[in-house]
Write a protein that binds this ligand. Structure first.
Ligand code: KIV
Length: 264
């Protein structure tokens, strides 16, 4: 189990140390992230687009998520492992939410779960999970499971009324027991105000530099996605594409395998 826990998140905020979170869906990637010192690995339902080629996150099931959580569990030694609750795994009732989140904890080895949405909808769910000793990470701002309601992947919390609502939602998530709150696609100034008003850390994605931590979808930092708020750290996509192209060319020309790749 990872050495970083939900309690470490508060301590990191209190120390003023920024929190680095990345998504991972498989063993080799999660191994490298853990070795690099990330504080938490999130098995996100973004696996839908990043790995499965789906159009959005709505088709991801508990069984699909469990498959990836187990792979990542085998890799991660130090970081906290957080499992994303997929669409319809927590919206139906608090009982179903506890049963599903409990599977992530007991069968998958996760140390916490993340759910999308405000207390007005999920207050009871978050309280029930907390009662079952399951640490909950909140997620507000752009919540991709509400894509049809939101009418697209748009920045949230713009304008005084919407910013006030977002500030309120963050405080409410803290008061029902969330150990951290993801702020997605929120103006930097609003994210800063929210961060200053909370004792639990904010983890931003497209929410500016003043959040207590940052999270990125790993494929977005490796050359697959390009949005305003992502950064390509290494073009792995380009490197893989070039390698596959060279392989095809060498096989076609009879260059690979060479004598050094053959048994006597
Ligand atoms: O599914 C995911 O990867 C997420 C992060 C973007 C926070 O929810």
């Amino acid at each position: 189990m990872g050495a970083i826990t939900a309690a470490s998140f508060r301590a990191l905020k209190a120390k003023g140390e920024k929190i680095a979170v990345l998504t991972a869906y498989d063993y080799p990637t999660a191994t490298l992230m853990d070795e690099a010192g990330v504080d938490a690995v999130l098995v996100g339902d973004s696996v839908a687009q990043a790995v499965m080629g789906m159009e959005n996150t709505l088709g991801v099931t508990m069984d699909m998520m469990m498959h990836h959580v187990r792979m990542v569990r085998r890799a991660v030694k130090r970081a906290m492992l957080i499992a994303d609750m997929p669409y319809l795994s927590y919206q139906i009732s608090p009982e179903e939410a506890v049963r599903n989140a409990g599977r992530f904890i007991s069968e998958g080895g996760a140390q916490g779960v993340k759910i999308e949405g405000p207390v007005v909808y999920f207050g009871e769910v978050i309280r029930s999970l907390t009662k079952a000793a399951i640490p909950v990470m909140g997620h507000i701002g752009l919540t991709p499971q509400s894509i049809h309601q939101m009418g697209g992947y748009k920045i949230q919390g713009r304008g005084e009324d919407k910013a006030r609502r977002l500030r309120m939602e963050a405080l409410e998530l803290q008061s029902v027991g969330c150990f951290a709150i993801v702020l997605e696609c929120v103006p930097a100034e609003v994210a800063k105000e929210i961060t200053l008003s909370l004792s639990v850390p904010t983890i931003g994605i497209g929410a500016g530099p003043d959040c207590d931590g940052q999270v990125l979808v790993n494929h977005d930092m490796l050359g697959w996605g390009k949005t305003k708020f992502t950064k390509t750290y290494v073009d792995v996509r380009g490197a893989m594409s070039a390698a596959f192209g060279s392989y095809v060319e060498e096989v076609k020309k009879g260059v690979f395998p060479g004598p050094e790749h053959c048994y006597e």
